[in-house]
Design a protein around this ligand. Structure first.
Ligand code: PLP
Length: 429
């Protein structure tokens, strides 16, 4: 009918007007010639500066640990120096006896444990995963791209399960682990998850620690990377998964990981594994073969810098004073410039390093491309999903830590301009 044609003509004109307005704003953004990298959750130089005093420590006259180990030499305790294990006991709330400090990268510990499980068999004596046919991991999504890359490199099948308000969708998780013995493990980022910032509820953690699994060698890979990385004055606490699973009769279920990468120096921190006695001796029996011992001078350097728990708390407070305004700037800019749009939402995390921005289906890749063309580098769309496939193409990870606050203001406005143009384009199609 005529009225219907008029209506669709009007709506087409309106869409064209919205598109032209968005394009104008985008051209102005491009003309600013920004050059910002928000692709990874790296601490800023200001944050690294907080640990600068640690580098003034010298081992010239101070190289003997509390247990009398000469830290310059080979050998010593292969679970790490007592004083370094103590630091992770503060971070994780776990007893030092169940903590190993090794290397500078928790990701490397995760990788090695998967390799040991593949090649050597599990702590409870089950055969190596390479001899067990298909192996699958539950992967809450969106998640951490490097977790997924490890699994991809080992040819392990990834089973995506959505993250909802209180953590992974537990009904789906429980069904998968109960029915399928090929499901051998699950990635968990229980606190201030990458990239959603979500913290698992106590109920979710209890369900994970006590659920029945078809695989006898089922493990939780509990990546507690952001245990003390609060952004608000509401420090979030979660139950200790090692306690929860032991109480439920599954003492060996969880491997817990943490590091000081985002506490002291990302390139030269300390990494730790916390787990049951049996898991720890299993890990030690394999890892002792690959190294004569950890870098004990770096452990001592950390212990001299983080002498007591309150020095750790103060350091995290300094990080927060730099990070929180950056997160607030992104969130308030998104409210101002994107708040009125349908199907656009973002997380407002209480800790961690990331914000997850959701845009309408099919608009994430285009938004990231537009941003890159305007000099704002974001994490590739799809990176937070197994095989880099976000089937709805709607998630974008925002990492506000590295640029300065004024750059973050520019970047957040720029991202909003790109989101608006990507949506306007898609509506004209
Ligand atoms: N786990 C998570 C969830 C991360 O976001 C990161 C780094 O961004 C890592 C682990 C890497 O930790 P590390 O530096 O200890 O290897």
């Amino acid at each position: 009918t005529v009225s219907c044609d008029n209506e669709s003509l009007a709506s087409l004109k309106e869409k064209q007007w919205i598109y032209e307005d968005a394009l104008n704003k985008y051209d102005r953004l491009k003309a600013r010639g920004l050059s910002l990298d928000m692709s990874r959750g790296k601490p800023s130089p200001t944050q690294l500066g907080f640990s600068q005093p640690m580098l003034s420590w010298t081992s010239a006259n101070d190289f003997i640990s509390i247990d009398g180990v000469d830290c310059r030499n080979y050998g010593g305790p292969s679970l790490g120096l007592s004083e370094a294990r103590q630091i992770f006991s503060w971070i994780l709330g776990t007893s030092t006896a169940n903590i190993a400090v090794a290397g500078n990268s928790s990701l490397a510990l995760m990788h090695d444990i998967i390799a040991f499980l593949m090649l050597k068999g599990s702590p409870n004596g089950n055969k190596p995963w390479v001899k067990s046919g298909q192996i699958s991991f539950i992967c809450p999504v969106p998640g951490y791209d490097r977790h997924f890359s490890i699994l991809e490199s080992f040819g392990i099948t990834m089973l995506p399960v959505p993250i909802i308000e209180n953590g992974p969708d537990m009904d789906t998780v429980e069904q998968l682990v109960f029915e399928d013995p090929s499901v051998k493990a699950m990635w968990c980022m229980p606190k201030y998850s990458n990239p959603t910032g979500i913290t698992y509820s106590a109920e979710t953690i209890h369900r994970l620690g006590s659920m029945k699994t078809a695989a006898l060698d089922f493990h939780l890979f509990w990546d507690n990377a952001y245990a003390v990385h609060h952004l608000s004055d509401k420090s979030v606490f979660i139950p200790d998964i090692l306690d929860v699973s032991a109480t439920a009769g599954y003492e060996n279920r969880a491997f817990v990981f943490a590091s000081t990468s985002k506490i002291t120096l990302s390139g030269s921190g300390l990494a730790a594994l916390a787990t049951s006695d049996q898991n720890l001796s299993w890990w030690q029996s394999h890892s002792d073969l690959r190294s004569i011992g950890p870098d004990k001078l770096n452990q001592l350097r950390h212990a001299r810098f983080l002498k007591v728990k309150s020095s750790l708390d103060r350091l995290m407070e300094s990080h927060r004073s730099v990070l929180a305004p950056k997160f607030n700037a992104v969130v308030s800019t998104f409210h101002r410039l994107l708040g009125s749009l349908n199907e656009v939402e973002w997380t407002e995390p209480l800790g961690g390093y990331f914000i997850n921005l959701k845009v309408p289906t099919g608009c994430a890749t285009r938004t990231v491309q537009l941003a890159a063309d305007a000099g704002i580098v974001l994490t590739a769309a799809g990176a937070s999903f197994p095989y880099r496939k976000d089937y709805k193409d709607c998630n974008i990870r925002i990492a506000p830590s590295f640029p300065t606050l004024s750059q973050i203001n520019d970047a957040a406005e720029g991202i909003a301009v790109c989101v608006r143009l990507a949506i306007a384009e898609s509506e004209l199609e």
